[in-house]
Design a protein around this ligand. Structure first.
Ligand code: MG
Length: 123
């Protein structure tokens, strides 16, 4: 029951909530001086490398990761989070509203790549 509540709560966390938590995390540790756009970008790229290592040498992986150990899935969740958190912090430090920018980009992509009019276009 408690676990279900934790899961529901985490599904409701917004980018703004995470951004504020990251800001507070850096502030109390006096790490703000290290959080320049360049440093954050390089940190995020490093985390993308760690994420890539999880998939390295596994060949093609089925959706849902049916044959993975729970510990591997947990590790994957951690590395995905590292990438996301640095991305959010980078956007925040650059003064970009990431949620707004992402929503606008999806809209822009929908105009650039309109829905097919017939099923034949899928083939
Ligand atoms: Mg990591």
């Amino acid at each position: 029951m408690e676990q279900e509540r934790d899961q529901e709560r985490s599904m409701d966390i917004s980018l703004k909530d995470l951004s504020k938590q990251l800001e507070d995390f850096a502030k109390v540790r006096n790490w703000e001086k290290y959080h320049s756009p360049r440093n954050l970008l390089l940190a995020m790229v490093g985390e993308v490398g760690e994420l890539s290592e999880i998939f390295q040498w596994r060949g093609e992986v089925d959706k849902g990761l049916p044959n993975w150990e729970e510990s591997d899935k947990e590790h994957l969740g951690e590395e995905l989070s590292d990438v996301l958190l640095y991305l959010i912090r980078l956007a925040d430090i650059c003064g970009i509203d990431l949620g707004d920018a992402a929503a606008k980009k999806i809209l822009k992509n929908s105009i650039k790549y309109p829905e097919p009019k017939t099923k034949r276009e899928f083939i």
